[in-house]
Design a protein around this ligand. Sequence first.
Ligand code: NDP
Length: 618
Amino acid sequence: MSIYKPTVCPEVTPEQKAALHAKYLAERDRRLKKDHNDQYVPASGKWKDIYEVDPYTSVAPRDAITGETDCVILGAGYCGMMVAHQLKKAGIDQFYNVDHGGNFGGTWYWNRYPGIQCDNDSLVYMPLLEETGYMPSKKFADGYEIHDHCQVIADQFGLRENALFHTLIESLKWNAETNRWHVGTNRGDDIKARFVVLAMGPLNKPKLPGIPGLDQFKGKVFHTARWDYDYTGGEWRNPELTKLADKKVAIIGTGATAVQVVPYLAKYAAQTYVVQRTPSTIDVRNNRPIDADWYASQEPGWQEARIRNFHHAAMERLAPGEPDLVEDIWTEISKNVNAELEAEGWPEETAEQFFARRETMDYRVMERLRARCDIVKDPATAEALKPYYRYLCKRPASNDDFYPCFNQDNVTLIDVAETQGLERLTENGFVHNGVEYEIDCLILASGYEVTNDLDRRWGIKTIEGEGGLSIYDYWREGFQTYQGMTAHRFPNMFFTGFTQAGANASNSKTFIDQGFHIGYIASEALKRGAVRIEPDAKAQEDYIKLLRSIAVDTSEFANECTPSYFNNEGDQKKKRGIFGEPWGHGYYAFTDMLAAWREAGELEGLNLSFEPVAEPAE
Ligand code: NDP
């Protein structure tokens, strides 16, 4: 019997494929905006509270900190926590996790909107499950469960005493005389740190939709990353939005966030307008409890194995006979392709033949997903909800309650594809196709800054390395790093996430491995008595050359996609994308390379400088 349980997808003939391809391109062209990422309004100036104000936890007063520490980690979300945990394991325990939020969790601190769940398999996504002995309650965990697990990690691994919450880093300046970073914050701190790690995660700063008249609207406005339960009623763990019973609400966006929110608005609000520019792919959820007996029976190392398997299925390919352990929207194409190959007796194929096979499966899976929209009874609405693009042009979602909402009288789809957004906002509501719709509340599910301008994306005014060089100038034309984690002229500074490193399908795994590597370098520098560690200019240049020589060219795929933050909103002149420049030979080839590099023990490519040894006293 086969280990693969393929999903049932419609067959697609070559003629149908060609017609769909043409429609995909037409939909892309219809959506393409000339101003790409610039269409968005930053959460600053008039809108700064959308980013800066914490509606969940009051800010406790504290004195400014001016002392020394070994390391400042910018962020206390998954990335900052994984880095902190690895630093501790490497013997560095004098550090601060500095975070804008009022507790650990990052995205899982800020995002408390009704219905929030992770769209990724919790057994893969939630880090350190074996180490914490924690069993997630279900396949797709609720946001508050993930938040609570972050507190378990913080407490179990002793991170809490090192946390500086409700603190925004405003400047990072290297002082070559003292070999320290000066860390300036909005709380008046001037911390001197040997090392700094930027661990702020890829999507942390809300952005606003560029709708004309946005600041005219006099009703309630908030972003989903700062849900206002005082206004809507209910609370995070029990989102009964009863105060919306007499309210007309519009939600901008139909991305992963809005897909989870809309069923709650549909349930509680008098009227919900769902403003959609591009539809998402929304599969069945099939959420289910984790079986405690099954969980207890797992052998040590099971999580690492599951993460690797998920990465193969979601971003590379499942080896012949390798099962699909995760079995959801992220792994479907790989699983179906392997089922097909198995049925054909694992034929020998060239890479081109394999990609053609995957492409056909992509069309078939998208046809299956589009057919789901026919749950909606009104044919025009159902058609408008159908996504016409390749799988993974936009981030996929799964939800059982979103489509049925459109069969309710109090839910209206406002399809703004043709006009590339709402016509405008007024004092009392919004205008679409010349008609004004009155609303009480405007909810922005408009996503996060992913712009090329890192200063706007990160929101840190100053990051200056040696000689006052700004990282924003240094990286204006693209990243320049060694191993994706260090940069010449930015001594003792470490970078994480999507730079020029490997990217695992599960971000938390990437953060664990990057934290480990950073912990190794920082602790080796300390052990060897170095005060400064920085990549050699030539080593960095060679690294970038090698990285680019093995890069997988995905530009054709990206250019054919409908605009989204995955492809820089269709900007083909982009200097960098949200995913950076990933290691072309794959994630595990990258981590193997780093392991061999550490094993050699030479810190090859890094220059170390040592403090002059003081003369012994007479
Ligand atoms: P997205 O950036 O994915 O979506 C923003 C939405 O706003 C899009 O539908 C976009 O339309 C729409 N929009 C923006 N401007 C306008 C405008 N002027 N008029 C109309 N619509 C507009 O943000 P999300 O918050 O949904 O998701 C961001 C990411 O956060 C996800 O991709 C995911 O990585 C993460 N996330 C993860 C979850 C999880 O379960 N793990 C849950 C939720 C979010 P268009 O598509 O046309 O640009």
